[in-house]
Design a protein around this ligand. Structure first.
Ligand code: NAD
Length: 316
C-alpha cells in the first residue's frame, strides 16, 4: 500500500499544482487534498477533498486518522502583502498550523512533513546578491518573521525529536493555472494576464526591482525531489535556499514585447515596494544543488513563452 499524503491549502497557487502532480505520481486514492474553502473546483472535483482548517488541531488529527496519512504538505499560509494588513492573523495562521503538524510528527502519528519557507526570511541587513544559505537574517516583514521562526522550529524539532521535516525557501513563483494569493511577487503573474487582456500593465513595483523568481514546474519538481531524497543526504533542516532566475519588471516587459510588440507598462509603486526592497536580488542555492541535485529548467524566455501560450485561449 502506498503511503497516504495530505495537502493542506491544496486550493492555492502552489498547493493546487502540487496536488495534481502528486495524484498523477501516487494515484488519486493516495492523495487527500484539503483547504479551508472550496475555492478551486478543479482540485475539489478531481479526487479526494476535505474541508479542513489548518489551525484546528482536532480536525487535523481526525482527518489524518481517517485517511491514515503519513506525509503532510503544509501549504496553507498568509502571504507577504496580506500579512502586512493582518499581522496577528498572519502570525496565528503561519505558526499555529506548523506547530500542529510538527507535534503530530513528534508523537509519531505522521512521518514526513513538507513546509515551505520563503526568501522573505531575509531582511534589509542580508547581503542582497547571491545571498548565502547561512547569513544575517533580520526580516522586517510580518510574513518574513513567521517564516524565520518556522525555520527555527523545524530545525529544533528535527534535532530534538528526530521529526523528518523538510523545507525550501521558495522565491516568487510564476504560474498560469491558479492566481497567486497576495504576495509581493504577484506582479510577475498578473503582468501576463494584463498583457493579453489589456495590452497594458500598471506595475506596483519600480522598473528595476530585481527579485528571485521561479516557474511553477521547477518549484513542484524541487519540492517532490526534496521529499524523495534520502534523509542522509540532507544537511539543512531549517530550509534550503532555492533559486532559478532573477529579473526586474522591466525585463519581463521586454520579454513580453518580443511576442506582443504593442504591450506597454507603467510603474506606480505601492507598499509592496518596501517589502521587495527588503528582500534579496539573487540567491546562492549551491547547497540544494549539491545535497539533492537540484537544478532548474526554466529561464525568463521559456517562462514567457509558456505563460503566453497557456493563457492566450482565455483572452481570445
Ligand atoms: P496561496 O495563498 O495561493 O494558497 C494558500 C491556500 O491556503 C489557499 O487556498 C487558502 O484558502 C488556504 N488556507 C488559508 N487559510 C487556511 C486555513 N486556516 N486552513 C486551511 N487552508 C487555509 O499560497 P501559495 O502561493 O500557494 O503558497 C503556498 C506556500 O508557499 C505558503 O506557505 C507560502 O508562504 C509559500 N510561498 C509561496 C510563494 C509564492 O510565490 N507563491 C513564495 C514563497 C513561499
Amino acid at each position: 500500500m502506498k503511503p497516504k499524503i495530505l495537502i493542506i491549502g491544496a486550493c492555492g497557487q502552489i498547493g493546487s499544482e502540487l496536488t495534481f502532480k502528486l495524484r498523477q505520481m501516487y494515484g488519486d486514492e493516495n492523495i487527500i487534498a484539503s483547504d479551508i474553502s472550496y475555492n478551486n473546483a478543479e482540485v475539489v472535483n478531481s479526487g479526494i477533498f476535505e474541508i479542513l482548517d489548518a489551525q484546528d488541531f482536532k480536525a487535523l488529527a481526525l482527518c489524518i486518522e481517517k485517511h491514515k496519512v503519513k506525509t503532510v504538505y503544509l501549504m496553507a499560509a498568509m502571504l507577504s502583502a496580506t500579512s502586512e494588513k493582518f499581522p496577528l492573523k498572519a502570525w496565528d495562521l503561519n505558526t499555529q498550523s506548523l506547530f500542529h503538524v510538527l507535534n503530530l510528527a513528534k508523537s509519531g502519528v505522521i512521518k514526513h512533513i513538507f513546509w515551505p519557507s520563503s526568501i522573505a526570511v531575509f531582511g534589509p541587513t542580508t547581503p542582497k546578491e547571491n545571498t548565502p544559505q547561512h547569513t544575517v537574517m533580520e526580516p522586517s516583514t510580518v510574513y518574513g518573521i513567521t517564516k524565520q521562526v518556522g525555520e527555527r522550529w523545524c530545525e529544533y524539532y528535527f534535532n530534538r525529536y528526530k521529526v523528518d521535516v523538510r523545507s525550501l525557501r521558495y522565491p516568487g513563483i510564476i504560474s498560469w493555472k491558479t492566481l497567486p494569493g497576495g504576495g509581493t511577487t504577484d506582479y510577475a503573474v498578473d503582468i501576463y494576464h494584463k498583457a493579453l487582456s489589456d495590452g497594458h500593465y500598471e506595475c506596483f513595483l519600480t522598473a528595476n526591482t530585481k527579485l528571485p523568481m521561479m516557474y511553477m514546474e521547477d518549484a513542484i519538481s524541487a519540492t517532490i525531489n526534496l521529499m524523495e531524497s534520502d534523509s542522509k543526504t540532507l544537511h539543512i533542516r531549517s530550509s534550503y535556499n532555492l533559486a532559478a532566475i532573477s529579473f526586474t519588471p522591466q525585463d519581463v516587459a521586454k520579454e513580453i514585447q518580443k511576442h506582443l510588440p504593442e504591450f506597454n507598462i507603467s510603474y506606480i509603486p505601492d507598499f509592496r515596494q518596501g517589502i521587495a526592497d527588503s528582500w534579496p536580488k539573487s540567491i546562492d542555492d549551491s547547497q540544494a544543488r549539491s545535497d539533492w541535485n537540484w537544478s532548474h529548467q526554466y529561464n525568463l524566455e521559456a517562462i514567457t513563452k509558456d505563460m503566453l501560450t497557456q493563457l492566450a485561449p482565455r483572452y481570445k
